[in-house]
Design a protein around this ligand. Structure first.
Ligand code: HEC
Ligand code: HEC
Length: 366
């Protein structure tokens, strides 16, 4: 862990403790209370935690500045199944509106029906991450796009990206746009990845009910959602990892943060477990740790977790609120928070305040 991330981590933990202590002190009055001046005003309402609205600065690589033409080009490529080895998969195939911008099946199925080992995550706001994939093995969106394209997702094969690019360059509409957007480099695997990444950097989800509330519209959340928000920040200690406004502490933190919460360890021999982050970091401390996913759009993106093992949001929240799944390396930051069924339902309701919009289907070039 870098010092920046441990500082952040300590800060986040402190915030959660302050919030839970703060909330406890305004809900329960000490028994020996005397009428000593200055009198405390009577506390009827639970005070709502402060809601941050401002996103951190997005890191845009110097060699891939955003332009409207490039974004439009990346948008088309993202939706174009001709990118894949057999014409069966576009990027969008596994990051669909119908599934909250994540995948439909618990584990993704790639081109040529190849069974993959992980669930497709929601990619709203993904550009705020410093590293990509559940274990953070890609250091940039550009690298991630080439990985998905050359790997099992689209099935093209790393060694065949040039040949595939030559094939796509026969599509006149692409040829023309690449000439304009990348006049020096033209159409190459790298410029394709750059265009797709530029489009992904526009997938910003910031107009949710939560954001309206955070900007001062008190009516944007229902009473139940407000109770859920208080529990999320306080008793449930969710914000220790899913920190607002992005609802993932791994966002905007150099190196990101990964935790072992036990998903995918139950009933498995140690050598059968997807080790997650430790495969990338080669640190034993990261065994079984995965990226903290953002919870934006989470109500629409079932199934959940890196292995798609929770079918419903209520199920996923329950696993989290009751301390995850025990294993040899579970983080002490997740424990059973003793929430009632009603309280769990409020948290689920609050997460519904993080619903994002939809990706638009572009017209593909001929
Ligand atoms: C067959 C389904 C499938 C296709 C097609 C697919 N993806 Fe994914 N995507 C996944 C899966 C599964 C993961 C997580 C894999 C892992 O962590 O090892 C993922 C992860 C990602 C991530 C990382 C998100 C994060 O927050 O870390 C991004 C970004 C992404 N995909 C974009 C793309 C782009 C761009 C394309 C097209 C070039 C694409 N995907 C094609 C299934 C797919
Ligand atoms: C110690 C850090 C930590 C805390 C605290 C925490 N989470 Fe998580 N959460 C994670 C990690 C890591 C994952 C991904 C686990 C995986 O898939 O292996 C996750 C996944 C989730 C998911 C599934 C999201 C998806 O897209 O698949 C939900 C929902 C969730 N958490 C809700 C909560 C709630 C509600 C709380 C509070 C009761 C909470 N979490 C507390 C770290 C944490």
């Amino acid at each position: 862990m870098s010092s920046t991330s441990s500082t952040w981590h300590a800060l986040a933990a402190t915030i959660a403790v302050i919030l839970s202590v703060g909330l406890a002190s305004c809900t329960s009055k000490p028994a020996e209370e005397k009428a000593a001046p200055p009198a405390e005003p009577p506390v009827e309402k639970v005070e709502l935690p402060p809601a941050p609205a401002d996103f951190p600065q997005m890191n845009i690589p110097e060699d891939n500045p955003q332009t409207p033409e490039k974004i439009a080009l990346g948008h088309q490529l993202f939706f174009d199944a001709r990118m894949s080895v057999d014409g069966s998969r576009s990027c969008y195939s596994c990051h669909q509106n119908e599934h909250g911008n994540g995948g439909e099946t618990p584990l993704a199925v790639g081109a040529k029906e190849k069974q993959l080992t992980r669930h497709s995550p929601v990619i709203w706001n993904t550009a705020y991450f410093e590293a990509f994939y559940w274990g953070g093995r890609a250091g940039s969106l550009e690298a991630q796009a080439k990985g998905a394209w050359g790997g099992g997702n689209m099935g093209v094969g790393k060694e065949n990206l040039d040949a595939k690019t030559a094939e796509l360059a026969k599509i006149k509409g692409y040829k023309k746009q690449f000439k304009k957007v990348f006049p020096e480099e033209g159409m190459t695997p790298d410029t394709i990845a750059k265009a797709i990444s530029a489009y992904e950097r526009t997938l910003i989800c910031d107009g949710t009910a939560y954001d309206r509330y955070a900007k001062g519209d008190d009516s944007a959340l229902t009473a139940q959602q407000k109770q859920g928000w208080v529990l999320f920040m306080g008793k449930g200690q969710c914000a220790v990892c899913h920190a607002p406004p992005l609802f993932s502490s791994a966002m905007g933190v150099p190196g990101g943060l990964y935790y072992n919460v036990g998903i995918g360890t139950a009933g498995k021999a140690e050598d059968q477990v997807d080790v997650g982050r430790s495969k990338v970091s080669e640190q034993d401390a990261d065994w079984g740790a995965f990226k903290v996913p953002s919870l934006r759009n989470v109500a629409k993106s079932a199934p959940y977790f890196h292995d798609g093992s929770a079918q419903t949001l209520a199920g996923a929240v329950k696993v989290m609120a009751t301390g995850g799944i025990d294993n040899k390396n579970k983080t002490p930051l997740l424990a059973d928070r003793g929430l009632s069924e009603e309280e769990l339902a409020s948290i689920v309701a609050f997460l519904g305040a993080l619903d994002c919009g939809k990706l638009e289907q572009p017209k593909l070039p001929k």
